[in-house]
Design a protein around this ligand. Structure first.
Ligand code: 13P
Length: 338
């Protein structure tokens, strides 16, 4: 297969109807926070045990097209000694890898502006990840809404690194997930979220085009347009769906095959309901799908409690959320399915 055919095959698999992506790529500090919430200490073995059980869920591949792994997991084995990427392939799921190295504060920006790092040595790292079985990658830029942020500098500089990352991935035959996340933290309105997200997406696509990235071979992972967590005026699923689709139509070229939302702190049910509402709006130029971390894993994590004896309940919890989000891909979800 040529490199272009490889990219196309990966895109086709990830964007498959009725399926979406499971983000299981929490960095060590983030997974420690999630484990802490259920009173489990985060050791390398506990992380392996948790992710091994999660990814062995029977029938996972019915609704999950790809899984984003953290570097540590890519090199680990499941409880039967099978390398995790191999386990995923057996499940009919494409293995992916988070490749950014987190964010630092942006020199010359406003207080609170950040920039994502990790371009150095990326091509060599991708080579290694590919040998380990990864077929796609993820890089996340983060924008905080406040009175002075994100600054135009933060928007432009993050767009540039995201585009550079995407280019390097495509050259390595890996499909890049392009993730510009405007955070829900704060008391900003839905209109402010829409305005910032629109500016961010414009800059990202301008940079992607300038960098020569093939839009047909990327996946976009954006936030939905929602009011800040602490905003007094919350919104209905229909309002969120309409506003999100409106901003996407303004900014995302039809050449992009598929859009996979992050859940960003939305509840399990809300993430499903909003995706469903968008797919009900009707024909879109792109697939509208999911790439949820918390919204898929949260009930599984709670059921697990750090104990392998709870494997069945844990896997049932993940399977259920995957199935319901798969249903939302067709706009056929209703809350009574919960
Ligand atoms: P959440 O769905 O928990 O926001 O995680 C998705 C993700 O991969 C963020 O980079």
């Amino acid at each position: 297969m040529s490199s272009v055919q490889q990219l196309q095959a990966t895109v086709d698999a990830l964007a498959a109807k009725g399926k979406g992506i499971l983000a299981a790529d929490e960095s060590s500090p983030t997974i420690a926070k999630r484990f802490d919430a259920i009173g489990v200490e985060s050791t390398e073995e506990k992380r392996r045990a948790y992710r091994s059980l999660l990814l062995s869920t029977p029938g996972l591949g019915e609704f999950i097209s790809g899984v984003i792994l953290f570097e540590e997991t890519l090199g680990q084995c499941d409880d039967n000694g099978v390398p995790i990427p191999e386990l995923l392939v057996k499940q009919g799921v494409v293995p992916g890898i988070k490749v950014d190295k987190g964010k630092i504060s942006l020199e010359g920006g406003e207080l609170g502006d950040e920039i994502t790092v990790g371009l150095e040595g990326l091509a060599e790292r991708l080579d290694g990840y590919k040998k380990q079985g990864a077929r796609f990658a993820k890089w996340r830029d983060v924008y905080t809404i406040s009175q002075h942020t994100p600054s135009q500098l933060a928007i432009d500089e993050n767009a540039k690194v995201l585009a550079r990352y995407a280019k390097v991935c495509q050259e390595a035959g890996m499909v890049p997930i392009v993730e510009p996340e405007v955070l829900m933290d704060g008391d900003h309105t839905m209109e402010q979220c829409a305005k910032v997200t629109e500016a961010v997406q414009h800059a990202v696509f301008q940079a992607l085009v300038q960098e020569g990235v093939t839009l047909e071979h990327i996946l976009l992972k954006p936030n939905m347009i929602v009011p800040g967590k602490d905003c007094a005026k919350q919104a209905t699923p229909e309002e969120i769906a309409h506003e999100t689709v409106k901003i996407l139509r303004r900014t995302v070229p039809a050449a992009v095959p598929s859009i996979h939302f992050l859940s960003g702190g939305l509840s399990d049910e809300a993430s499903t309901e909003y995706l469903n509402a968008m797919n009900q709006i009707g024909r879109h130029p792109w697939e509208l799908s999911f790439s949820y971390g918390r919204a898929l894993q949260h009930p599984a994590l709670v059921a697990w409690q750090g104990d392998a004896a709870n494997a069945k309940q844990m896997q049932a919890a993940l399977y259920k959320r995957a199935r319901l989000n798969g249903t939302a891909r067709y706009g056929r979800y209703t809350p009574d399915l919960e």
